[in-house]
Design a protein around this ligand. Structure first.
Ligand code: PMP
Ligand code: GLN
Length: 386
């Protein structure tokens, strides 16, 4: 194995889901819903399979899906992208992130990102031979996560090529505020850096969040330097489909497409018309999806609090983090490895998403994208820890 990939072992999600299967535990580790997405979307996929949409689709994605992605971004965020040359369909957000970094970074270039970061970020940066410059998110006043603006400013330097921003943020559930976004944008403009935004949780922001979701590309001077990424997996509860997309100015999207051609060439043909149907669903679908997840969040936040965890309530995503100190935990990795045996529940240690492992030492993450009765059972089991 090449040196640049040696630091990366099995992903924590694979490890923890395997542990859940082996022990029969309730799996609140890996983030995937336990119910299917909109029936219109599922029917459209079945229809496409039956009616001969089973050969290579066009490299950038089928025109109907690119048009639907454009219409969706215009409807919800007021962002206009030309479906012909400003949108490319990818194998989930994961490929979009990798292809964007590979397209923009020379070896030695620096990528500013916020830790804890989604696990593919560090690996994609390493594959490009680039260097990550993490800025640490820490639990702060009011149970929110925050970063030190001076630390962000210091992370930007002459080798900064891009900032990789995930908001709403996995695993913390943080939604970046307008002030925080303004600072990121200011530094990008000052340093002439690109931004790659991971907005897969764009429809999962709860009403009590400090601010609604604002795409970084909507800030002054940012559209022309931002690759905006999302995917169908979260919004339409189809994480196994791996249909994602990148939107941005034509030259940047062309660069991503150049790389993407040789990673996967094209993506799942019959699923693309189905995701186009889903993106065109009425506003009520998106509102009900978020409201259903808000109820689940509240259920799990209350349950974890009752069970003795010190909970950091999320403003978005379908994850909640908690400190295990009050339950006698000293290390999140140890805590999560023993949890299935102790009480039959799987969670994910947040520590593995930090370079500064000390900052995340005692934090663990639970996914609440599960049926209410599954959350009830998980909470009943977790209460045995006390
Ligand atoms: N980014 C973040 C922040 C995620 O949580 C996920 C989903 N686990 C992804 C990217 C990957 O999305 P996809 O499954 O569409 O590749
Ligand atoms: N995004 C999901 C999570 O954070 C799962 C991703 C994966 O399994 N690679 O749990």
């Amino acid at each position: 194995l090449v040196a640049r990939m040696r630091p990366f072992g099995t992903t924590i999600f694979a490890e923890m889901s395997a542990l859940a299967v082996r022990t029969g535990a309730v799996n609140l580790g890996q983030g995937f819903p336990d119910t299917d997405g909109p029936p219109e979307m599922l029917a459209a996929a079945a229809e496409a399979l039956r009616t001969g949409h089973n050969q290579y689709p066009p490299g950038p994605g089928i025109p109907a899906l690119r048009a639907a992605v454009a219409a969706h971004q215009r409807r919800f965020w007021g962002l206009a992208y030309d479906p012909d040359d400003e949108i490319v369909v990818t194998a989930g957000a994961t490929e979009a992130i990798a292809a964007s970094i590979l397209a923009l970074c020379e070896p030695g270039d620096e990528v500013v990102c916020f830790e804890p970061y989604y696990d593919s970020y560090a690996a994609s940066i390493a594959l490009a031979g680039a260097v990550r410059r993490p800025v640490t998110l820490r639990p702060a006043a009011g149970g929110r996560y925050a970063f030190d603006p001076a630390e962000l400013r210091a992370a930007f330097g002459p080798r900064t090529r891009l900032v990789l921003l995930n908001s709403p943020h996995n695993p913390t559930g943080k939604v970046f505020t307008p002030d925080e976004l303004a600072l990121v944008a200011e530094l990008c403009r000052e340093r002439d850096a690109y931004a790659v935004t991971d907005e897969v949780y764009e429809h999962l922001v709860f009403p009590d969040a400090a601010a609604p979701h604002v795409p970084l590309a909507t800030l002054p001077g940012m559209r022309e330097r931002t690759l905006r990424i999302s995917s169908a997996g979260k919004t339409f509860s189809c994480t196994g489909w791996k249909v994602g997309w990148v939107s941005g100015p034509a030259p940047l999207v062309a660069a991503v497409l150049r790389v993407k051609q040789f990673l996967t060439f094209v993506n799942a043909g019959p699923l693309q018309p189905a995701v186009a149907v889903a993106l065109a669903l009425p506003d009520a679908y998106f509102a009900e999806f978020a409201e259903g997840m808000r109820r689940r969040r509240d259920q799990l936040v209350h349950g974890l609090t009752d069970a003795g965890f010190e909970v950091l309530a999320p403003e978005g995503t379908y994850f909640v983090t908690a400190d295990v100190t009050a339950l006698g935990g000293r290390d999140g990795v140890e805590f999560c490895r023993s949890l299935p045996e102790r009480c039959g529940v799987v969670a994910v240690p947040t520590q593995v998403f930090y370079d500064d492992t000390e900052a995340g030492r005692r934090l663990v993450r639970f996914a609440f994208c599960k049926r209410p009765e599954v959350l009830t059972e998980a909470v009943a089991r977790l209460r045995r820890l006390k």
